[in-house]
Design a protein around this ligand. Sequence first.
Ligand code: CA
Length: 357
Amino acid sequence: MSQKTNVLKVLALVVLSVGLTTSSFAKEKVYKLKLATTWGTSASPLIDAAKNMAKYANEMSNGRLSIKVDSSNKHKSPFGVFDMVKGGQYDIAHSTSYFWKGKDINTLPFTTMPFGMTAPEQYAWFYHGGGLELMQKAYKKHGMLSFPGGNTGVQMGGWFRKEIKSVEDLKGLKMRIPGFAGEIMAKHGVLVTNIAPGELYTSLERGTIDALEWVGPSMDITMGFHKIAPYYYTGWHEPGAETQFLVNIKKMNKLPKDLQKILTLSMKLAAFDMYTQNYHMSALAWDKMTKEYPGIKIKSLPKEVMLSLKKVNDELLAKITKDNPFVKETLDSQNAYMKKAREWTKISDYLYIKDNL
Ligand code: CA
């Protein structure tokens, strides 16, 4: 064999191997998705759930699934994410279900309900008690899938400058408390106001409002409310606020099966991360707040007030469920589940803590 033939053979091998490598790269198609959050860039841990999800999906797929996360600072439409995913401008959203009450009342019960389940109880309902199936049913007609996206745990009842000793004390109280809980408060004579987050501190400081609810220590600490309101009330209105991922069904179906699975698992993992991250942030924030401001008083609303809030809650829900059979089906499912789960919570977590204090 001549030297020339040998050179040609080597060249042919090189060309072949380069060709093979190129074609095996070509098979690794990258699927690019866009995600819009309701939250701004600094809204930790909410925004972290979306970012972590995108990171996990990218890592687990070896780069085949690439998700670009746009915060509301970028897309400028925090409450437009439902329509943007429905319409296909974005593929995924991270937000929370009760924001869409005005668009579709059936989406109301999937965040949290006043006097409803705690986060562990509600997660058990979502993943094992039929909750996820009901949530998918609610979003199906909008061409979207919905998955749990992380939980804030029990939210605090809020910061008050005045103590609440009776139902009478609620009359004329100016409070920022949005959503369904706000409606319950309004029925008690509370003047419910809607103030932009950036103006809340000044409004509370100047007495434009007497009270407000936000989240809990994890997110309240950066707002600084503990510096100007002495009473921190325990929660009743958002006992386990779950965020959600919304995914455009058509976009999901266009992904190969393995990437669909990776996306679904990334959402589940990011949800768990947000729940534990928020717990951690709250523990540290509460420790810091009480060290710097030892005068903060933890209060619970009096029994009389709680019973009245619960009564109005039940009345308002009865009105909604009367005309909305799907909301009724969901609430019935939640209540039946909570009845069983709560008995277990009472003799496990609750008694463990009570007996070991
Ligand atoms: Ca809240």
